[in-house]
Design a binder for this molecule. Structure first.
Ligand SMILES: [Zn+2]
Length: 203
């Protein structure tokens, strides 16, 4: 990894915004891959500055940084009023990145790797959630079709328990749509057990 790559990728954009721009993260959804804050470079009444933690870049939608997306080097340029070379020098000095093999540099690379890992985990979770929602909707549809065929008391005794299943599925769907990873993981486990029990687990 070259020094520039290291600077652009290893140092977190959030950290640099905090350190050089005094950016205000109050109320921002910083746990997300992308979130908005008030732009530190213009009088911003509504948060119009998007931080992309996945690509380690930003964009001010009111035209700061000449309306272009920027990286950590641009933040130092804008905050300190310096050119690219000087901004790189500042970052190298402040973050101890003189050599990609320095302890500091390794530390930042490690942090970057763990950020990437948690982003990958989030992606995997949302894939599983989408899959479970699909399956549950299919099961619910099947249950509703069966319930619609009920004509006699005997039918009701035979398949009446499906009423309980459909309301349980509605509850799970609500939980999965909720954007809380803890609830989603818990719900996925319950759904898995349910599908196993009813032999409806795909694959
Ligand atoms: Zn701006």
């Amino acid at each position: 990894m070259s020094a520039i790559d290291l600077i652009k990728n290893a140092i977190s954009i959030t950290d640099v915004l905090d350190r050089y721009a005094g950016a205000n993260f109050t109320g921002a959804r910083t746990s997300r891959e992308r979130f908005n804050i008030r732009c530190p470079y213009h009088d911003d009444r509504s948060p119009s500055f998007t931080v992309y933690t996945d690509t380690n870049t930003f964009r001010c939608w009111s035209g700061c940084n000449d309306g272009r997306p920027g990286d950590v080097i641009d933040i130092v340029k804008l905050s300190r009023g310096v050119g690219t070379k000087e901004a790189i020098k500042i970052l190298i000095a402040d973050y101890g990145l003189e050599s990609p093999d320095s302890d500091q540099a390794k530390e930042w690379q490690k942090k970057r790797a763990s950020r990437e890992q948690s982003a990958a985990l989030k992606k995997e979770l949302s894939r599983k959630v989408m899959e479970a929602i699909d399956t549950l909707k299919q099961v619910e549809q099947m249950a509703k079709e069966t319930l619609a065929t009920i004509k006699t008391v005997e039918d009701l005794e035979r398949v009446g328990s499906l009423y309980h299943v459909t309301s349980q599925i509605d509850y799970w769907l609500d939980c999965l749509i909720e954007n809380d990873p803890l609830i989603q993981v818990q719900t996925l486990q319950e759904v898995d057990r349910f599908l196993e029990k009813t032999n409806m687990k795909a694959g």
